[in-house]
Design a binder for this molecule. Structure first.
Ligand SMILES: Nc1ncnc2c1ncn2[C@@H]1O[C@H](COP(=O)(O)OP(=O)(O)O)[C@@H](O)[C@H]1O
Ligand SMILES: [Mg+2]
Length: 158
């Protein structure tokens, strides 16, 4: 049987005495697209932060590509690209200038690769505009182009 790419089992999260998540469980398989819809404060962003290891679970288990995020974090997160809420970008620089700066953080990212990812996220026509002129979705797409992988993409709009 096919293994889920992401498996959440009984996720529980409290902030102080406030119970935010209570036994949240779901699975995602290759090719699936899952969207969380819910009112402000429902716990959507918290769930995503728990999956990414940006918040600690009170109880439950997250497995990505067969790896438990607690026991094997580096392996689990290896093929995950994620943007949580607003991506951090230099607003007064263009999309292209941002990519050039971010590329310095990676080995083996040359001009050819930068051109490839711009095409991949379909920002060819806007890449020399300032980030301040982009929509939120365009900023998220630009930031996502810098993720090292395309296997599991998590984008958290709000
Ligand atoms: N770091 C934090 N400390 C305390 N409470 C938090 C923290 N992050 C989120 N919360 C609370 O958890 C609840 C869920 O928030 P969140 O996951 O951001 O909701 P959503 O993304 O669905 O709007 C809210 O009541 C929020 O105030
Ligand atoms: Mg949110």
């Amino acid at each position: 049987m096919e293994e889920p790419i992401l498996k959440c089992e009984n996720l529980c999260k409290n902030f102080g005495k406030k119970e935010i998540l209570k036994n949240v469980s779901f699975e995602i398989y290759g090719g699936d697209i899952l969207g969380f819809i819910g009112p402000n404060g429902a716990g959507k962003t918290t769930t995503i932060k728990l999956i990414l290891g940006l918040q600690n679970l009170n109880k439950g288990k997250v497995t990505i590509n067969g790896f438990d995020i607690k026991a094997n974090f580096e392996k689990a997160i290896e093929k995950v690209g994620a943007i949580v809420e607003n991506p951090d970008l230099y607003m007064y620089l263009t999309g292209y200038e941002n990519l050039k700066i971010i590329s310095n953080l990676y080995k083996n990212v040359d001009e050819k690769r930068i051109k490839e990812v711009i095409k991949l996220v379909k920002l060819e026509n806007r890449i020399h505009d300032k980030i301040s002129k982009y929509s939120l979705g365009m900023r998220q797409r630009l930031r996502n182009s810098t993720s090292n992988t395309t296997q599991t993409i998590i984008i958290n709009i709000r």
